[in-house]
Write a protein that binds this ligand. Structure first.
Ligand SMILES: *Cc1c(COP(=O)(O)O)cnc(C)c1O
Ligand code: SF4
Length: 311
């Protein structure tokens, strides 16, 4: 994955080591152990038609693109980001629509990527294609654009996209899931975007990844979650960093993560407190138990089917 930052992010990275570490390419990436997986979430095997991942029965993930405004060095899709291969043609979008129409058990569609808001034309096409499908009860879009390039929300194309989200959100629930890792990302410019999105009918949620030496502290994460909550964003998930090739240096000690999440539980409202999960390769997102109970072994977990998995 090549280095890519927006001018906005470059300026922020000069002031914030946390932002720099997340986005400036490091030579350490080359030394990661090869035991780490190229496709840790086994998404490729669940890609039913181009751009559509159908892993959970009722939920489907549309990969609208593999491009992003900037590249995060901890990205799960480390080996794919920036590639034109993820671009969707009109035909691909039609196929996705047809598959979802043919599978009425899918009631929840998540636009992901890459960053769907980085390709607003494609995203509007996908949304317009899926909008008439009544079996879809909930829409979501995952994005990091408010952090990577808040200025881009002033462009007519993104304004149109936000208007479409607002319109569709009046018909059925629409969630905008923003990716935030550190309180330094909550700048005036980014919070302006959050405020603008809050005026739409969408519900704002956030996702965070535990990153070693960047946010693995009770103080930093407490400040982040409180900051999000105070600005109307509900922290949804915090993930253990995936075992993807190239991101090994970011993976934290799971016992330390558990300790932080346990400490945070006593200082944050339940609304400001995300679910702490590990996305087990091929098994899905399994919640990690907090330290309120004795005798829990964190080296193994059981997935949703009861199968034992090594952490
Ligand atoms: C995370 C994920 C979802 C959504 O999971 P929720 O727990 O409903 O947020 C759906 N499909 C895939 C492939 C995912 O990785
Ligand atoms: S914005 Fe998301 S998909 Fe893009 S590089 Fe960052 S984490 Fe990966």
């Amino acid at each position: 994955m090549r280095e890519r930052l927006t001018p906005y992010l470059r300026t922020l990275a000069e002031k914030s080591p946390a932002v720099a570490q997340q986005h400036i390419k490091s030579e350490l990436e080359e030394y990661d152990s090869r035991s780490f997986l190229v496709d840790p979430l086994a998404e490729d095997t669940n890609e039913v038609v181009k751009g559509l991942v159908h892993k959970y029965d009722n939920r489907a993930l549309v990969k609208a693109t593999l491009r992003c405004a900037a590249h995060c060095r901890f990205c799960t899709r480390f080996r794919q980001i920036g590639s034109p291969e993820g671009d969707l043609s009109k035909r691909d979008i039609e196929n996705i629509g047809n598959y979802i129409s043919d599978h009425p058990e899918i009631d929840d569609v998540i636009l992901s990527g890459g960053d769907p808001l980085y390709v607003p034309k494609t995203t509007m096409d996908v949304l317009e294609t899926l909008r008439p499908i009544d079996s879809i009860k909930v829409f979501r879009i995952g994005t990091r654009l408010p952090v990577h390039n808040p200025w881009s929300f002033d462009t007519p194309l993104l304004q149109k996209t936000v208007e479409l989200i607002d319109d569709m959100g009046k018909e059925r629930p629409f969630f905008v899931l923003m990716n935030f890792q550190h309180p330094d990302e909550l700048t005036e410019d980014t919070l302006k975007v959050v405020k603008m999105l809050r005026r739409t009918s969408a519900t704002l949620l956030s996702q965070t990844v535990f990153l070693k030496d960047i946010n693995n502290s009770t103080e930093v994460l407490g400040k982040l979650f409180r900051g999000l909550y105070h600005n109307g964003v509900i922290p949804y998930y915090i993930y253990r960093c995936d075992y993807a090739q190239g991101v090994e240096r970011f993976v934290c000690d799971i016992k330390e993560e558990q300790k932080i999440m346990t400490e945070l539980r006593s200082t944050l409202s339940g609304i400001a407190y995300p679910t702490y999960v590990v996305d087990l390769p091929g098994h899905g997102k399994v919640p990690v138990p907090l330290g309120y109970w004795d005798g829990v072994d964190l080296s193994h977990a059981r997935d949703f089917k009861g199968q034992e998995v090594q952490i």
